[in-house]
Design a protein around this ligand. Structure first.
Ligand code: FE2
Length: 277
C-alpha cells in the first residue's frame, strides 16, 4: 500500500467576509489559491459576538457547492427559493448552488462560541447550471466509527470502517472526515487513489500525518497514494481529512461565481442583476 505524505503546509490568513465576519481563509488565498476540486476553506471561530454578529446577509452563488460544518453555535440559513434550515452544532449543510441561489446565513445567538468550517467544492462543467439542491444533515445522521483504539471518526462523506457518510450524489465523490485522535493512537485511512486531499488540525496541539507532525491551524496538502497514516500527538487532537476527485477543467472565478470561462462569469453577473437567480 502506498502512503500519502504531506507535500505542502499552509496556514490560514485572517480576513473577513459577509457583513464583517472574522475568519481564517486557508484555501482560496495567495498561499493556496485552490486545490482542485476545492476552491475555498474558511474556519470561523470566535466567542466574541462582534466577530460574527453581522453574519452573511443575502448573497448569490453559482457554479459550485458550499459545505458548512458547524462545531459550535447556531446560524439560520434561508434562500430565495423558500429553503430554510438551522445550522446547529455537529450539523452539515451540503449546498449544491448549481445555476444559482441567493441566500443568507445569520447568527441566532448574541454571545458564546461560533465555530465551524465552510468548504467550497467545484462542480464539473456539465453540472454548473444544475438545479440547486440542499443536503441538510443533522448530527445524529453522521456515523461515528472507531477504526482503532483511541480513534473516533465522524464520517460525513465517503466510507470508513463499514460506515458510509450521509452526503450523496456529489460529482467529485468527496471524502469528508472529522477525526479525533488520543495520544498514542494510530491508524491507516484508505483514500481513493487520484483524489486530491488535505488534512487540517483544528483542536489540540498537533497530530502526526503521513509520519510528519502537523501543528494546529496548519493545513497539509497530501500527495497521492492509497492510504494515510495518522497518529495522535502529545495531547488529544482533532483534524479534518478531506479528499475529492479533481476536475481538471478551466476555472473562471469572480467572488461567489465559479465557472469555466470569462463569458460565463459575465452571464452570471447579468443573470444575477436581472433577478434570474
Ligand atoms: Fe453563502
Amino acid at each position: 500500500m502506498s502512503d500519502r505524505t504531506i507535500t505542502r503546509r499552509i496556514r490560514g490568513t485572517d480576513t473577513s467576509d459577509g457583513a464583517g465576519v472574522k475568519l481564517k481563509r486557508i484555501i482560496g488565498q495567495p498561499g493556496l489559491d485552490m486545490l482542485d476540486p476545492f476552491l475555498l476553506l474558511d474556519e470561523f471561530r470566535s466567542d466574541s459576538a462582534d466577530d460574527y454578529i453581522a453574519g452573511f446577509p443575502e448573497h448569490p452563488h453559482r457554479g459550485f457547492e458550499t459545505v458548512t460544518y458547524m462545531l459550535a453555535g447556531h446560524m439560520r440559513h434561508g434562500d430565495n427559493h423558500g429553503n430554510r434550515g438551522d445550522l446547529t452544532p455537529g450539523s452539515v449543510q451540503w449546498m449544491t448552488a448549481g445555476r444559482g441561489i441567493l441566500h443568507s446565513e445569520m447568527p441566532q445567538q448574541e454571545n458564546g462560541l461560533m465555530w465551524g468550517f465552510q468548504l467550497w467544492v467545484n462542480l464539473p462543467a456539465k453540472d454548473k447550471m444544475t438545479a440547486p439542491r440542499y443536503q441538510d444533515i443533522a448530527p445524529e445522521r453522521i456515523p461515528v466509527v472507531h477504526p482503532a483504539d483511541g480513534v473516533e471518526v465522524k464520517v460525513i462523506a465517503g466510507e470508513l470502517a463499514g460506515a458510509t457518510g450521509p452526503v450523496e450524489g456529489i460529482a467529485t465523490a468527496p471524502v469528508y472526515l472529522d477525526v479525533s485522535l488520543q495520544p498514542g493512537a494510530r491508524f491507516a485511512l484508505a483514500l481513493p487513489v487520484g483524489h486530491h486531499g488535505f488534512t487540517y488540525v483544528f483542536e489540540g496541539e498537533s497530530a502526526l500525518v503521513g509520519g510528519e507532525r502537523l501543528q494546529r491551524s496548519e493545513l497539509g496538502v497530501l500527495s497521492d497514494g492509497e492510504q494515510l497514516q495518522l497518529a495522535g500527538g502529545d495531547k488529544p487532537s482533532r483534524l479534518l481529512v478531506v479528499a475529492g476527485k479533481s476536475l481538471n477543467e478551466p476555472v473562471a472565478r469572480y467572488g461567489p461565481f465559479v465557472m469555466n470561462t470569462q463569458a460565463q462569469i459575465h452571464e452570471a453577473i447579468t443573470d444575477f442583476r436581472a433577478g434570474r437567480f
